[in-house]
Write a protein that binds this ligand. Structure first.
Ligand code: FPP
Length: 239
């Protein structure tokens, strides 16, 4: 069994607390957070991680102050513009999960541009979860399946786990092997609910703007020591 996770998903938390500790604005916290994104993405590529998914903006984040939401959107555009060349150099394919239609046009345009220009890259798949919520994803999938059942496109008896999987925003992703959450919070916060069914969870006190390649290395080393049983016994795994 591989000791390297194929799919790592990160809940990047603690930008605001980092800023408060430094007596800086939340804006600065998010800007520093974007720097960690850059470093972690590059390090993940160097470690041959195949899928990296980052929780960049949740469906719940719209309820933050308007200025903060707009700053996060601007940061995203800046990140995409700045990192585009590096993504090509690193053979990264960008994709998103979540309801992208509701994002500001400038963000959508930049996303479409980078997604299109990196679509033939064969290296790490970088997925940004944007306007994403696990419950919302399951709900839209159930709705799509219900319509297909109603219109006799799918028969109810045929609905199984793969039917549900195929209708999720996350359908192109393999199951998550490792979830990392920074800042000492130990919850999932509506992230990738379906895909984390058997994920290993790693929590660190490090605030996201301080999370650098050494921290990702630590998480990967910790993961490598874990025994993943997927419901089996330890003995069954060794025979
Ligand atoms: C959580 O910190 C972080 C977010 C809600 C947004 C994540 C955004 C970034 C890391 C920056 C830009 C992203 C990309 C992809 C370039 P928080 O604000 O909830 O921190 P707090 O809990 O300490 O207040």
């Amino acid at each position: 069994m591989s000791t390297l996770p194929k799919h790592v998903a990160i809940i990047m938390d603690g930008n605001g607390r980092w800023a408060k500790l430094q007596d800086k604005s939340r804006v600065t916290g998010h800007q520093q957070g974007a720097k960690s994104v850059r470093e972690v993405v590059e390090y993940a590529v160097s470690q041959n991680i195949q899928f990296l998914t980052l929780f960049a903006f949740s469906t719940e984040n719209w309820s933050r102050p308007k200025d903060e939401v707009s700053l996060l959107m601007k940061l995203l555009v800046t990140y995409l513009k700045k990192e585009f060349t590096r993504m090509l150099q690193n053979n990264i394919r960008l994709q998103t999960v979540g309801n992208i239609d509701e994002l500001p046009t400038i963000v959508k345009n930049e996303l479409h541009n980078v997604i299109d220009k990196t679509k033939n890259n064969s290296g790490m798949v970088l997925t940004l979860a944007l306007n994403y919520g696990g419950k919302e994803d399951l709900t839209q999938a159930m709705k799509a399946i219900a319509f297909k059942v109603k219109n006799s496109i799918i028969s109810p008896e045929k609905v199984d786990q793969s039917t549900i999987n195929e209708h999720l925003y996350t359908r192109n992703l393999p199951p998550v092997d490792l979830v990392i959450r920074t800042s000492g919070e130990e919850r999932i916060s509506n992230f990738l609910l379906w895909h984390i069914a058997y994920a290993e969870l790693y929590f660190t006190e490090t605030l996201w703007p301080d999370f650098k390649k050494e921290d990702l290395q630590k998480a990967l080393t910790n993961y490598a020591k874990r025994e993943r049983r997927f419901g089996k016994t330890s003995e069954q795994l060794t025979t």
